[in-house]
Write a protein that binds this ligand. Structure first.
Ligand code: ZN
Length: 124
């Protein structure tokens, strides 16, 4: 299946890019704060970010990759991550669903960016 992972590829394409994630770590999409809901290119940055499940940091660039994890392994990885960072573990199925749904929209290898609920491919 295809999933979203952190990548440094295409960082700097936009002048408000950032990347504090570990390359290849599993990502999830968090709800933006009120400030970014008004302007995802603004000062906070969460509205254009993907959260790293391992590092608990964030990046503006995600890559769609083909992996041979099972669905259950993904859910377990996210449950562990949520528990580590104090989020409810019962979010895991929804978090995994979002990750897989976004990844399914693009061919493997595509680097994508986010603006709130919108995800689009970057020219590589
Ligand atoms: Zn924010």
């Amino acid at each position: 299946m295809k999933i979203l992972v952190a990548t440094p590829l295409t960082q700097g394409t936009r002048d408000n890019d950032y990347n504090y994630c570990v390359p290849g770590e599993l990502l999830w999409v968090q709800e933006p704060c009120d400030r970014d809901l008004r302007d995802p290119d603004g000062g906070c940055g969460c509205g254009r970010g993907f959260a790293g499940a391992a590092s608990h940091r964030a990046t503006t660039t995600a890559q769609v990759v083909e992996v041979d994890f099972s669905y259950d392994e993904l859910v377990l990885a996210i449950q562990t991550s949520l528990a580590d960072s104090g989020w409810p573990q019962n979010w895991a199925a929804e978090v995994v669903h979002d990750n897989l749904m976004i990844a399914s929209m693009f061919p493997a290898g595509t680097v994508i960016e986010r603006r709130l609920d919108g995800f689009s491919a970057r020219a590589a």
